[in-house]
Design a protein around this ligand. Structure first.
Ligand code: IMP
Ligand code: MG
Length: 180
């Protein structure tokens, strides 16, 4: 299928993503000058963002991956949080930056934050490519945000999926109605 015809509207273009990612990396390089970082990429959605971001990080760093699933909803805030793939390194006393594709209700992130607090990290920050602040049900905020989306739109591409598809698109867009 032609990649350019999948989305009816492009929300963040490939060129915009490139600029955003470089800016975020520069900010992190400045904020953590002289420090070491463990980046924890949350699979599957953040694989592309992580890869692009890491190319511009000039600090000493480790890169690790986690995969989690959540079954939370607005009426069940203590819902299940399952770690499907755990960390490979000990993060005790480390500066950790969690890398996410999108911060929506914040439920996944709230659980991740609790998880890292138990691990007694030195510091914890959150980087997300997309932030949807209007959708938040949990008190969670990201320290590094690529793009803030205030519209009520479901987006795909650049790691984000619809039923596991379209993660490979190099841009972020709204799926055409005919593809739902
Ligand atoms: P949260 O726990 O509600 O913050 O959920 C975050 C997760 O919901 C993300 O990691 C995505 O998998 C998914 N998600 C939320 N909004 C979108 C979207 O617009 N497109 C694709 N996935 C989304
Ligand atoms: Mg996800």
């Amino acid at each position: 299928m032609d990649n350019r015809k999948i989305c009816e509207k492009v929300v963040v273009s490939e060129q915009e993503i490139d600029t955003i990612v470089k800016e975020l990396a520069n900010q992190i390089n400045t904020d953590y000058a002289g420090e070491e970082i463990v980046f924890v990429s949350i699979l599957n959605g953040s694989f592309m963002f992580t890869s692009d971001l890491m190319k511009h990080i000039t600090l000493d760093c480790h890169i690790d991956f986690m995969q989690v699933s959540t079954y939370g909803n607005s009426t069940n805030t203590t819902g299940n949080f399952v770690v499907k793939k755990d960390l490979s390194f000990d993060v005790t006393e480390k500066n950790v930056i969690i890398i996410e594709d999108i911060l929506d209700t914040g439920y996944t992130m709230k659980n991740l934050i609790e998880y890292f607090k138990i691990k007694k990290v030195k510091s914890l920050k959150i980087a997300t490519m997309i932030d949807k602040p209007h959708r938040r049900t949990e008190e969670v905020h990201a320290d590094y945000v690529g793009y803030t989306m205030n519209e009520e739109l479901f987006i795909v591409g650049y790691g984000l999926d619809y039923a596991q598809k379209y993660r490979n698109l190099p841009y972020i867009g709204v799926l055409g109605e005919h593809l739902h």
